[in-house]
Design a binder for this molecule. Structure first.
Ligand code: GAL
Length: 665
């Protein structure tokens, strides 16, 4: 397998739009900006195959050689993301169908039904042709398969999808009785006598069967994965030793990343934080989540140099924001940072999306200057490549839980990412570094497991957590967790059925709060705001750590802890304010004397974000100032600053400034 030796730095490159003169200028500018890696041919289909019987590789041959001669590594896409007009004209049945029965047409991009046999055939033929031609090109370092599966089309209700859903269900459940049980179809007279009676969860009079909706989500993630696998297999007929990847989208709801990751050699994601947000925690946590999919470094395959063009109001990145947020990704395990796109388009839908080279003169552009600074810094940072992120705690994350939690007909409206965002903000405020884990994965080596709003989980996970706690691990979960199995059927006997014994509590009743209201809890004699959710918690071995302070629930438990010998489990029965949650987490750390990796290096706590990556014989300590103030960070020992080349024990960081210190073991 081709291995990476330097940080990848570059962009999506779409030179089909430009003349040869511009492309030759691009080579000069790329050198100036420290670009060593570009993704090409992502939307190249119609250029390569202008009609059904013609392949034309002249331009791509020239481009591949040109990039190679200029020492720019090539991430080559198979080009299947946007089917050409002639294909749509010939086979309109390959187009996706919306929930209201409209067939989407050509004229945008990614207009295909993922189960369509026609689309799959043409896409795999193209993949073979591309692989056959370029598999041995010396500039090729990565296969980029398709683009952002399910970004635009995460549902399709065509006849073929319905048939395929029925066979997918038959494979899963084997008997129709098995499906009827799993889907609780005795309720509302929904029982099926045969597979072909089953619809996709399309327009229906009222609430749709929840288990059916969940299976549809699984089905669509699986169908897109099947498509990815077919495209990959087509390339693999000709290619050896070149890694495969597709660009994921971090906290994107419709692709079950944990299921997809084993099919990729490298995981990557496209990161588009909103520049108006001071600290965009969802994107920051998506760095950790993406890394956790393969437990190894990942790539930022796309980010914007400044504004995007697809929000209502597209804020620009302010000076140094790009640099800070790029280092944030490196600090959390990225081995490369790429942009969409290299040169800002003149026409087409994305002409107002920022790029490395703007519409104006690059040499008078702040954006180009910042990009070039970053590229030149990155060329000095090869010590980062391949190093392992050091996590302090693990958070359980499950796409299937996301789907289940956000189905309708619940006690209240809960948003998984909103809840994760608050937790992550509190963890990072304490400089706790985070791995994510799927419920089926091992918890070995983590002192603290946190399962936020894990509404749905299989019985095996409840047992695993119970074993983990009995063996001395610390478990923390919160409201509306451990409620249903993977078929959305409640664990009976009192909530949260799955974790009731582990936590030593029984929740009798939920008390969702009115929208936009706050109450308070009493925790260790201090008051903290709570919102969204309250509940009646009975202690059954646990003790109350905090109590509610309003109405019927006054002085009843709000958060609990059970401690029996080495068995420690904590529960939070409400949505706490950031301050409340941070204090609660700090109490857990204190109770168990849990030391973080950052504390090995810091002489005193700091507001600056600190993370560590471990290389062979050394550790890298990343210091990132997301605050508004100049901040001093005192270290226990002097470290070698990779950016300034100085040895420093006291690091003074202006707002948005970063430092990377190297400590030899
Ligand atoms: C991504 C996509 C790119 C570009 C970018 C703009 O979703 O992969 O092709 O459209 O968004 O932000």
């Amino acid at each position: 397998m081709k291995t990476q030796r330097q940080l990848y730095y570059g962009a999506d490159y779409n030179p089909e739009q430009w003349s040869k003169e511009v492309i030759l200028e691009d080579m000069r500018l790329m050198k100036e900006a420290g670009v060593n890696y570009v993704s090409i041919n992502i939307f190249g289909w119609v250029n390569l195959q202008p009609d059904e019987s013609t392949y034309d590789f002249d331009f791509l041959d020239w481009l591949m050689d040109l990039l190679y001669e200029n020492n720019i590594m090539i991430d080559l896409a198979n080009g299947t993301a946007s089917p050409p007009a002639w294909l749509v004209q010939k086979h309109p049945e390959m187009l996706p169908v919306t929930i209201h029965g409209n067939r989407l047409v050509h004229g945008s991009r990614q207009h295909y039904c993922p189960t369509s046999p026609i689309y799959r055939q043409y896409a795999t033929d193209l993949s073979e042709a591309v692989a056959n031609r370029y598999a041995n090109h010396p500039g090729l370092v990565m296969w980029h398969i398709n683009n952002e599966y399910t970004c635009h089309i995460h549902e399709c209700y065509c006849d073929h999808c319905r048939k395929r859903f029925q066979t997918w269900l038959a494979e899963k459940y084997q008997t129709i009785a098995g499906l009827n049980d799993a889907w609780s179809t005795k309720f509302w007279s929904q029982s099926y006598g045969s597979w072909d009676e089953i619809f996709l969860p399309e327009a229906m009079p009222t609430f749709k069967n929840p288990a059916q909706q969940l299976d549809y989500r699984r089905f669509l993630s699986d169908m897109n994965l099947e498509l990815y696998q077919l495209e990959k297999a087509a390339i693999a007929k000709y290619s050896q030793g070149i890694p495969y990847m597709t660009n994921l989208m971090g906290l994107h709801k419709y692709v079950d990343g944990f299921k997809w990751a084993p099919e990729m050699d490298v995981v990557s994601w496209n990161s588009y934080p909103n520049p108006f947000e001071k600290i965009p925690y969802p994107q920051f946590l998506a760095n950790d989540l993406t890394r956790s999919l393969k437990k190894k470094p990942f790539l930022i395959m796309e980010q914007a140099t400044s504004a995007v063009n697809w929000r209502q109001i597209n804020g620009a990145k302010t000076p140094n924001q790009l640099r800070l947020w790029s280092y944030e990704a490196l600090a959390h395990g990225a081995d490369g940072i790429m942009f969409f796109q290299w040169r800002q388009s003149r026409g087409g839908a994305e002409k107002f999306h920022s790029a490395m080279v703007p519409h104006g003169d690059p040499h008078s552009s702040r954006i180009f200057r910042e990009c070039a600074q970053l590229g030149n810094e990155f060329s000095q940072l090869s010590d980062i490549v391949g190093t392992r992120f050091l996590a302090d705690v693990v958070v359980v994350f499950d796409w299937e839980n996301w789907w289940a939690l956000e189905l309708d007909a619940k006690p209240s409206t809960l948003k998984y990412i909103h809840q994760l965002r608050s937790l992550y903000a509190a963890l990072r405020a304490l400089n706790l570094s985070v791995d994510f884990v799927h419920p089926s994965e091992s918890l070995d080596g983590y002192p603290l497991v946190i399962a936020p709003n894990l509404y749905s989980a299989p019985e095996a996970f409840g047992k695993k957590i119970n074993d983990y706690v009995r063996q001395g691990g610390i478990f923390l979960t919160n409201f509306f967790s451990g409620i249903v199995n993977e078929y959305d059927q409640v664990y009976l006997g009192g909530y949260p059925g799955l974790f009731r014994d582990t936590l030593g509590i029984i929740v009798e009743e939920f008390y969702p709060m009115k929208a936009a209201t706050h109450h308070q809890i009493d925790f260790q004699g201090r008051r903290y705001d709570n919102s969204l959710w309250e509940e009646v918690i009975h202690l059954n071995g646990a003790k109350a750590l905090a109590t509610f302070q309003s109405g019927y629930l006054s002085d009843k438990p709000a958060t609990t802890m059970i401690k029996i010998d080495d068995w420690n489990a904590y529960y939070v029965g409400t949505e706490l304010s950031l301050e409340g949650l941070t204090t609660f987490l700090a109490t857990i750390l204190e109770n168990h004397k849990l030391a973080t990796h950052a504390q090995h290096f810091l002489a005193a706590p700091t507001e600056v974000s600190v993370t560590c990556r471990k290389g062979a014989g050394y550790t890298l300590v990343f210091l990132l100032n997301h605050t508004e103030q100049t901040t001093k960070v005192k270290l226990k020992a002097p470290g070698a600053d990779l950016l300034t080349k100085e040895t420093r024990q006291l690091v003074v960081l202006k707002p948005k400034e970063v430092a990377v210190l190297k400590y030899v073991d």
